[in-house]
Write a protein that binds this ligand. Structure first.
Ligand code: GUN
Length: 291
């Protein structure tokens, strides 16, 4: 059996530690970190994600400010809210849940959040810094993947990493993080020639495709590490990943489950990013909150 990379357990440990750091800093500064979460419309999946993010904040002492805007909110109204939150010193991080309805300009919205409050790491300043290997707010899912690989002592230096999916949220930023760790990185996508063959060359395979059970054993080299970013629903309504877990687990050396793998780590990293944003905005050194 492969090593099961238990994101849920690791995320829980990280959240407990963060809760203690938040408590310590509140006693020093007298201020509580705050995260604003904006949802436009009422897509059921987005509502679940947003609720989970808000609950996680409260559980570790971060104040969450929720904004539920109607589906037909105008671009101007949304930008005005973000402008107000940019200026609000109780709000250290701002997250606008994606996707947005078609009439809204997603790029303009993500770029209107101040880079220092951009806890999603979607602003061009943060993506630029990330691509230069500099310190910045890093997108949460990629940051969570790296945290898992490190926690499980999975070697990255010189390893061949194939990422399937070229999104700005996962594929591109996780490629930058893996490069920084000296992995040899290939980003593949739906137009890639001989996708199974390319994936089969990977020591570390990261699947961010959005298709249930897409990755089967013919994509996986025996002994490879497989990270499944997918959150799909099958015909029975059950949450399943991009990887056909049962068949792939029989040949991988380590694998993340779905649910309980990458998903909980994404939330833990959002909390960590909010805390980092708070520290920077309040000019607090990391050492002052060491436990
Ligand atoms: N929608 C899906 N994933 C994400 C994410 O990480 N952040 C935001 N804001 N929206 C998302």
């Amino acid at each position: 059996m492969p090593t099961l990379i238990k994101g849920k357990e690791l995320a829980q440990e990280m959240r407990e530690k963060l809760g203690k750091r938040v408590e310590k800093i509140k006693n020093i500064t007298g201020r509580q970190p705050g995260l604003a979460v904006i949802q436009v419309g009422s897509d059921p999946a987005s509502s679940i994600y947003v609720r989970n993010k808000q609950k996680a904040c409260q559980a570790c002492g971060i104040k969450s400010f929720g904004y539920e805007l109607p589906e037909d909110v105008s671009q101007t109204q949304l930008m005005e809210l973000i402008d107000t939150l940019n200026q609000d010193e109780h709000v250290n991080g701002i997250l606008c849940q994606l996707p947005l309805p078609d009439h809204l300009d997603e790029f303009a919205v993500t770029q209107s959040i101040l880079p220092d409050k951009d806890v999603d790491g979607f602003h061009a300043v943060n993506t630029g810094l990330l691509s230069m290997g500099r310190s910045c707010l890093v997108p949460c899912t990629p940051a969570g993947i790296l945290a898992m690989l490190k926690a499980y002592d999975i070697p990255l230096k010189g390893q061949r990493c194939v990422i399937v999916g070229r999104s700005n949220i996962v594929g591109k930023p996780v490629a930058q993080l893996m490069l920084k760790e000296h992995a040899t990185v290939t980003i593949a996508h739906s137009r890639t020639r001989d996708l199974p063959g390319l994936c089969h060359s990977a020591d570390i395979l990261i699947a961010a495709i959005g298709k249930a059970h897409f990755v089967t054993p013919e994509y996986v080299k025996p002994g490879a590490v497989v990270i499944d970013v997918g959150i799909n629903r099958n015909e029975a309504g059950k949450v399943v990943g991009d990887v056909d877990f049962t068949s792939v687990a029989s040949i991988a050396s380590a694998i993340t489950p779905v649910p309980g793998g990458v998903g909980p780590m994404t939330i833990a990293m959002l909390l960590e990013n909010t805390f980092q944003a708070y520290l920077k905005q309040n000019r607090v050194n990391e050492e002052q909150v060491d436990l």
